[in-house]
Design a binder for this molecule. Structure first.
Ligand code: 13P
Length: 250
């Protein structure tokens, strides 16, 4: 089974409506011939315009979080139903920054991922270890546990995109080596195989994230277990097109 590459930009808490719209307009012509699936995940407030501006293009829009409940007294939260209603297609779930600063756990990641799938939103569910965990030889255990707990009881695991993002490589300019990134994506694939069988392991798409740039994406994408990238800082300028079109770079 061949897996279509998927490159997603996680804008994090960057760009208000005007700047977001400008970036989208500048990227539209630059990514239009990409063979990879191309997803932009701007802040919530930018989403309605982002969906409108990318209608009839090859760009899909994702949110950076959602709540698993449909409605209620959850101040500051956004329901998956609300995202679905405006035409959002993807949602990042359980990013390490959400886990670190907003108390997200494997349990909430699991609830959100299940709910997103139920609504027909495509989750980009994140995992990854800290530097301390890697240095003490615990990276594999951490990642395997995040997958076992965060992605249990899923009906169609191949509808989930899994992003492996080692926390020590996020925003630090320090990329995991290609071999390290591939090895960890392999732990994820192997675990999915144990949980859901060999076909699921073969079909599920796994992204690497952490200081991905135009200069390193090509080599990362050559690794057998890496099917795409979740890009932070380098998704905030028109240079992101070079990452999206890794396969078309001269
Ligand atoms: P950077 O690409 O800025 O390292 O961020 C990675 C990330 O966290 C994407 O979700």
């Amino acid at each position: 089974m061949s897996r279509r590459p998927i490159i997603a930009g996680n804008w994090k808490m960057n760009k208000g409506i005007k700047e977001a719209n400008e970036l989208i307009e500048s990227l539209k012509p630059l990514v239009k011939d990409a063979t990879a699936e191309c997803v932009f995940c701007p802040p919530f407030i930018d989403l309605p315009d982002a969906v409108r501006l990318t209608k009839d293009t090859n760009i899909e829009i994702g949110a950076q979080n959602m709540h698993w409940e449909e409605a209620g007294a959850f101040t500051g939260e956004i329901a998956g139903e609300m995202l679905k209603a405006i035409g959002v297609k993807f949602v990042i779930i359980g990013h390490s920054e959400r886990r670190e600063y907003f108390n997200e756990t494997d349990e909430t990641v699991n609830k959100k991922t299940i709910k997103a799938l139920k609504l027909g939103l495509k989750p980009i569910t994140c995992c990854g270890e800290t530097l301390e965990q890697r240095e003490s030889g615990k990276a594999k255990d951490i990642v395997v546990n995040q997958i076992k707990n965060g992605l249990k009881d899923i009906d169609d695991i191949t509808a989930v995109v899994i992003a492996y993002e080692p926390i020590w490589a996020i925003g630090t300019g320090k990329t995991a080596s290609n071999a390290e990134a591939n090895e960890a994506c392999g732990w994820v694939r192997e675990t999915i195989g144990e949980m859901y069988g060999p076909e699921a392991a073969e079909g599920v798409r796994i992204q690497y994230g952490g200081s991905v740039k135009p200069g390193n994406v090509v080599a990362l994408m050559e690794e057998p277990n890496i099917d795409g990238a979740l890009v932070g800082g380098a998704s905030l300028t028109a240079d992101f097109a070079k990452i999206v079109k890794f396969d078309a770079q001269a």
